[in-house]
Design a protein around this ligand. Structure first.
Ligand SMILES: [Zn+2]
Length: 323
């Protein structure tokens, strides 16, 4: 539950939905308050079933609008899904906004999940009070977003800020996006887990009952395993190099780090800072902030953006406590 701490209240109510490969997270926002939230398994049968699940959620709640955050790309008019690589089913060209509007009789806004996360953190979370920020979400892959002047930049198809798909290793591994050597192929959670699995397999110490996770890698590094530390240092150097380019290009020096694999960033940070050291003359010291809203940030961002209120403007928002 999110409680107000005074200040103006945004009007309107909305259902915010964050669709992930495993779970759908949702929040019901009434004005400035999250009055309910929950999680359900993502239907595996494809977009029509996901749309039906969202319509069912909306049916059970009294809301004026629906915001949906998706881990992928949208058509330039933000009505269709295009590339949604990590959710089952054929999402290419699926008319998700029209389908939901027909089935619920509510206005529907689709957005990228990293931009939704950034909207929530900017308005209500760790970036509150900041206006110019780079956001990085570390999960299976790496998402990104950019806020300038207190608003998260979206652009046609909501594509601005794809830090995870900037090249970190030219000619490197093939990425889900089709390119080679993207940052997330070096430093994303899946890449870290794969790298650590290979090490364990080569040592003959792999657990046959479960695959290695980024958390296993971090734990090994913290326990003094030098190979684990080297994998994280390589990943961190790539993150620092790409962030250095982004911050220099945009003239920014504040970074919010979130996502399920974000705890690894604490271990990676010295090597990230080292990679950024030579950028200081141009960008100054970089301020890293830890995301504050937790796993429902994406759903909250979708709910914030779903109504016509100017909720992306941080100064206009009420003070809310975090979940
Ligand atoms: Zn890529």
């Amino acid at each position: 539950m999110v409680a107000t701490r005074g200040g103006p209240r945004p009007e309107g109510s909305a259902l915010g939905v964050d669709i992930g490969g495993t779970n759908i997270k949702w929040v019901h926002r009434a004005g400035a308050v999250v009055v309910a939230r929950g999680t359900l398994p993502t239907p595996a049968a494809g977009p029509a079933q996901v749309a039906a699940a969202i319509a069912e959620l909306a049916e059970a709640r009294t809301v004026e609008a629906i915001g949906v955050a998706l881990p992928g790309h949208l058509s330039p008019d933000l009505r269709f899904t295009t590339t949604i690589p990590n959710i089952d089913g054929d999402w290419q060209g699926y008319p998700l906004a029209d389908t939901l509007e027909r089935d619920t009789a509510k206005p529907v806004l689709l957005m990228n999940d990293a931009r939704a996360f950034a909207s929530a953190e900017l308005a209500l979370g760790s970036a509150r009070g900041h206006t110019d920020v780079v956001f990085m979400t570390m999960g299976t892959g790496i998402g990104g977003a950019i806020a300038l002047g207190g608003s998260v930049l979206r652009g046609p198809g909501d594509r601005i800020g794809e830090i995870g798909h900037m090249t970190a290793a030219p000619g490197g591994s093939r990425c889900a996006c089709g390119a080679r050597g993207c940052l997330e192929t070096v430093s994303g959670g899946r890449a870290l887990a794969v790298a650590w699995s290979r090490v364990l397999a080569s040592r003959g110490t792999a657990d046959q009952d479960r695959t290695a996770t980024p958390e296993d890698l971090v734990q090994a590094a913290q326990s003094g395993d030098t190979t684990a530390r080297e994998i994280l240092d390589t990943a961190a150097t790539a993150v620092g190099t790409v962030l250095g380019s982004v911050l220099t290009q945009l003239g920014l020096s504040t970074v919010v780090v979130g996502g399920g694999v974000a705890p690894a960033f604490g271990v990676m940070r010295p090597a990230v800072e080292l990679a950024l050291r030579d950028r200081r003359r141009l960008i100054g010291p970089v301020m890293f902030l830890t995301a504050a809203l937790g796993p429902y940030a994406g759903a909250m961002g979708a709910a914030l953006n779903a109504t016509a209120q100017p909720l992306a403007v941080a100064s206009a928002l009420p003070r809310l406590s975090v979940i």
